[in-house]
Design a protein around this ligand. Sequence first.
Ligand SMILES: Cc1ncc(COP(=O)(O)O)c(C=O)c1O
Length: 502
Amino acid sequence: MPDPISDHANLAAALDLAASEAKAYLAGIDDALVRPRTSNATPDVDLPDEGIGSLAALAELIESADEGSTRSAGPRFFHFVMGGGTPAALGADWLASTLDQNAYNWISSPFASRVEQVTVAWLQDLFGLPGDWGGVITTGATMANFAGLAAARRWWGLQQGVDVEAEGLSGLPPMTIVSGGYIHVSALKAIAMLGLGRDRVKRLSRDGAGRIDLDALASVLQERNQEPVVIIANAGDVNTGDFDPLADILAIGRKHRAWVHVDGAFGLFAAVSPITRHLVEGLEHADSVAVDGHKWLNVPYDSGYAFVRDAAYLAGAFGASASYLGKDAAARPAFGNLGPEMSRRARSLAVWATLRAYGRSGIRTMVERHLRLAQRVAAQVDAAPDLERLAEVPLNVVCFRFHPPGFPEDRLDDLNRRLGEMVLDDGRVYFGTTVYDGKVAVRPAIVNWRTREEDVDLIVTVVRELGARAIVQAAPGWSQAKPAQGAAEEPAAPGEVVKPQR
Ligand SMILES: Cc1ncc(COP(=O)(O)O)c(C=O)c1O
């Protein structure tokens, strides 16, 4: 296959092949093991001098994807916090590739610019943010944190008479940045990328973990009386789904020269349901907010959103111009000048389509289903004599560990670490371990639009079954212990798939 132009005639066949394989893949995803037990067959070959042609290349890729892909778009992937793609979002995402718009500015694509403008306004409405805020679509919450904190850095420089983007940071004192124990590593990464020093973030929570301590916050702000301070609060801790006391933090912040950034990567979806809305009360008083789309909104990777009370700070942080790029104007937005990337994929299409397809109430119904499912898992954990729940379940994450009665406390971490590896290898459900409150634990997070009761019911079943086996491996000296009451007496053979009952 010498030159792509000679492949013109294969375009329709290539798209048909991708579509038919995609349909087959997704048709099996509800019941498939999350991580297939086959080896990854991606061919390890040198860059070919002579290509094999589009259809053969696609067929090769499809074969290795089938063997190697984690079924993370399916209903039993509970690791990290990862959603799938709704039908509307996935279809629109395909269109984004087909149309191949550069969502830089109005000249590169009026269509993508306008769809992003509408989408950002819809998202603000969905999350209860004021309509006069600015926003931009990013690749995810890491870059949304980066954008929000870049806006904060600009504000902080201007408070001291310095245009940081033009003049740099030298000559300015170090920034005072405070947070709690829930700060996500991506916010620290953003702080590092912004040259502010991630080790400078002060964690104002008791023992460096958990919620921001309001008394400690008030006293830091009082000490730094005349100094501008940046506060990073969390709506949704990744281990437990817990929230910093946002309303109080925002009230304290308003009395001082403080910029409050809220990382709500998944927790911001608390705003869409009256059951959980109180957790984000006062959000409209924040200065910047980060949220993800590829988590609870269920649009395909990658998709995140940064919202800033005063869009001028975003424009100041990210504005760039050159004579050939044209001029920005309010009616002709240039989102490439409000975020870190200039040339950008039209990520708005998938978001627009899912919001248009399911509306506010569809998103609320999905979120509330996940809230109920998390409570269901928590109740099952509480009812099992060999499981110990480690945290409240305010949202969609259930943090617990395997804790057979009488098992030596000092070996529980090893036992749970081994169990976490076994869960990942097993593949019926999928989540690894974390460390919470000094204990190795699991923390399944429920966000996928496909997930049903029968999927989450496998969480406790699999943990107890594999836990009984992990005891034998992690603590052979304890192997004479009787299986805890109700634990699987005859564990399924490795590889045996317990299909969710549909
Ligand atoms: C609270 C929080 N913030 C930020 C992120 C980073 O998001 P992303 O990986 O989409 O960049 C995550 C991811 O899990 C998160 O849970």
